[in-house]
Design a binder for this molecule. Sequence first.
Ligand SMILES: Cc1cc2nc3c(=O)[nH]c(=O)nc-3n(C[C@H](O)[C@H](O)[C@H](O)COP(=O)(O)OP(=O)(O)OC[C@H]3O[C@@H](n4cnc5c(N)ncnc54)[C@H](O)[C@@H]3O)c2cc1C
Ligand code: FES
Length: 230
Amino acid sequence: MRAGEYRRIRVLERKREAEDTESIYFEDPLCSAASPGQFVMVWLPGIDEFPMSLSRIGGVSSITALRKGKGTEALLTAEDISIRGPFGNGFSPSAGKKVLIAGGIGMASLLPLVAEGDHVFLGARSAEYLPFVDEIAGRCAHLRTATDDGSMGFKGNVVDLFISARPEGHVYSCGPMGMLKTLHEHKIKAEASLESYMKCAIGICDSCTINGFIVCREGPVVRDLDRIFG
Ligand SMILES: Cc1cc2nc3c(=O)[nH]c(=O)nc-3n(C[C@H](O)[C@H](O)[C@H](O)COP(=O)(O)OP(=O)(O)OC[C@H]3O[C@@H](n4cnc5c(N)ncnc54)[C@H](O)[C@@H]3O)c2cc1C
Ligand code: FES
């Protein structure tokens, strides 16, 4: 079986992670061997095909969707779905401590990295939209949260929260482009997983390219934000 081939997968279990946010668990041998930061294309016949990061990688893997439009709405009720992948280049491995900075559902791609000793900065608009809080807290002692309305943790954005603490470690991030641009403006050296509109996911259609960077094939993780915003 090759990553480019569609596989029909059965939804084994669902887990609510936050408001409008759910994980879907499934078994797929290719996803079991994926690297953190890689993604699959989810095809819902008659509706759409779109990219989703692998939020858990193992004998049973998962994707985690935030309800946005008709695609993610259908995904959250589907009994079986088709996927191809995993695609792309994920995060580089780090031998030392990691610092993870996530905006909302961006935490999905960072979740497989979380380990004891790491620092996790997780932001969202309000407490009920913070995903994976219990799972992260169970895996590492240094989870700090930021919410726009101050309903949980720091009141403000997650980049400001990170700047107020600045722990040592290799920085990995995923979140809205505005958040990644702010990291770049503050000259914070970070690997970042990018969001872009994808169709082929294998580097031939050019729909995902940002500033000459082919997000589906060269990314979705960019090692230096200068490549995108420089
Ligand atoms: C590498 C990568 C990983 C992602 N991982 C996750 C994740 O783990 N969880 C999550 O909730 N979201 C993730 N996204 C974003 C997700 O793919 C979009 O939010 C989703 O396509 C929205 O579809 P929709 O129909 O629900 O929303 P709508 O906003 O209604 O979509 C409108 C239209 O835009 C298309 N569209 C929007 N974004 C994209 C896209 N990136 N690629 C192709 N088509 C798109 C939809 O297919 C649809 O036709 C990821 C995106 C990328 C690039
Ligand atoms: S989605 Fe076609 S080139 Fe990236």
